[in-house]
Design a binder for this molecule. Structure first.
Ligand SMILES: [Zn+2]
Length: 116
């Protein structure tokens, strides 16, 4: 793995994936560090949030894979640097992610909860 980014830096980036509503909405490009999807949060339709009731702010989930590991460029992290993306996904998911696996970015089916 590249040592261009320190563990501490990668750790800080991980924290930027939660309660990130403000950073996300100030960003022009966001990257999902699980599947690699990049998008503009201002034009992306149907943004889905978690932690809706948290006073720290809401957490964005990826529009494609629905995992909460999205960072926007307003956070100050180099979200479009492929080396940075790879370093983060390897560290956070232990080499098990769609990026690590080289899988294409695609919209994954969401679980449908049936209510009786
Ligand atoms: Zn994703």
């Amino acid at each position: 793995m590249s040592k261009k980014f320190s563990e501490n830096y990668i750790d800080k980036a991980h924290k930027a994936t939660i309660y990130n509503e403000k950073d996300i909405m100030d960003s022009n490009v966001c990257t999902c560090f699980y599947c690699g999807y990049q998008f503009n949060p201002k034009t992306e339709e149907d943004l889905e949030w978690m932690d809706e009731k948290s006073p720290k702010g809401k957490t964005l989930v990826c529009p494609m894979c629905l995992i909460d590991c999205v960072i926007g460029d307003a956070s100050g992290f180099p979200v479009t640097d492929s080396e940075f993306i790879m370093a983060c996904t390897e560290e956070w998911f232990g080499g098990i992610s769609r990026i690590s696996d080289g899988k294409p970015i695609e919209k994954l089916p969401r679980y449908v909860i049936e209510v009786e």
